[in-house]
Design a binder for this molecule. Structure first.
Ligand code: NAP
Length: 259
């Protein structure tokens, strides 16, 4: 692979114990970045930090402001600065009809998705704005673009993450800090596997509805994160980039192959 110029870059990855965050951390380690890893699943995080020789690892909950400030402080003390944030921590939806949804579960999903993203980005930007350099990647979703029944917390909160990313780009770009979002389609991670196992989504139907005919791999999101963190994307700010096998491009009804 062509050198993205990430050797020695100090990058914080949240949600690093699983799925997209884990694969992002692995790719960044291969690219030579100095990694600071964060997740609420501390035993899994310990194993990943050991595997990847991370310069620091810290457990925490991104909905807590103190935890977000602590993860950035850990990056500062272990690495002396922060060049990138890949904010991958997130939870899946509470699938329920609007009239039946438990409002506390709704609130928790909105908090992890939107409040957690805002707090993580703000904590990282405090350092990056001071340095006048840095790049941040947030995770939106195709569900933040299209409407879906029975997805009343996740989709709206992901749409808000995209808008948050735009607003922050408008505020921070002039000061050397870029921020962009990725909107993954359906990616083969433990989160999606749990939804398949619980019968909440049907993998075959999703694959058939995807122009590329398959679910995505975590590495396919990680590569785009690495690109957005690197100077190869030096003139991109405030976008939400779909990485979805063509999911959002397709406007037909039913499986792609029948059209
Ligand atoms: P995943 O495999 O479940 O990994 C997410 C990681 O984040 C887990 O280790 C999780 O810990 C951790 N986490 C959850 N809440 C946290 C919190 N409050 N503080 C700190 N860590 C927390 O999920 P994924 O599929 O990789 O998803 C990563 C991101 O991509 C999420 O924002 C997700 O919404 C987004 N996304 C994924 C897909 C997809 O198809 N996979 C599609 C669109 C968007 P626990 O295991 O303890 O929860």
């Amino acid at each position: 692979m062509t050198d993205l110029g990430l050797v020695g870059k100090r990058v914080l990855v949240t949600g690093a114990a699983s799925g997209i965050g884990l694969e992002t951390a692995r790719l960044l380690a291969r690219e030579g970045a100095a990694l600071v890893l964060m997740d609420r699943d501390e035993p899994a995080l310990d194993a990943v930090a050991g595997e990847l020789r991370a310069v620091a690892r810290i457990g925490g909950d991104v909905t807590r402001e103190d935890d977000c400030e602590a993860m950035v402080a850990a990056a500062l003390s272990a690495a002396g600065g922060l060049d990138g944030l890949a904010h991958c921590a997130g939870v899946s939806d509470h699938v329920a009809r609007a009239l039946e949804i438990d409002i506390d579960q709704w609130q928790r999903i909105v908090d992890v998705t939107l409040r957690g993203s805002f707090l993580a980005c703000r904590a990282a930007a405090r350092v990056m704005l001071e340095q006048k350099s840095g790049s941040i990647v947030t995770m939106s979703s195709v569900r933040g673009v299209i409407g879906s029944p029975r997805r009343h917390a996740y989709g709206p909160a992901k749409a808000a993450v995209s808008m948050m990313t735009k607003n922050l780009a408008c505020e921070w770009s002039l000061h050397g800090v870029r921020i962009n979002a990725i909107a993954p389609g359906f990616i083969r991670t433990p989160m999606v596997q749990r939804l398949v196992d619980d019968g909440k989504i049907d993998e075959r139907i999703l694959a058939d509805r995807t122009p590329m005919g398959r679910l995505g791999l975590p590495l396919e999101i990680a590569r785009v994160s690495a690109f957005l963190l690197s100077d190869w994307s030096s003139y991109i700010a405030g976008v939400t980039l779909p990485v979805d096998g063509g999911w959002l491009a397709y406007g037909g009804a039913g499986p792609v192959a029948t059209h």
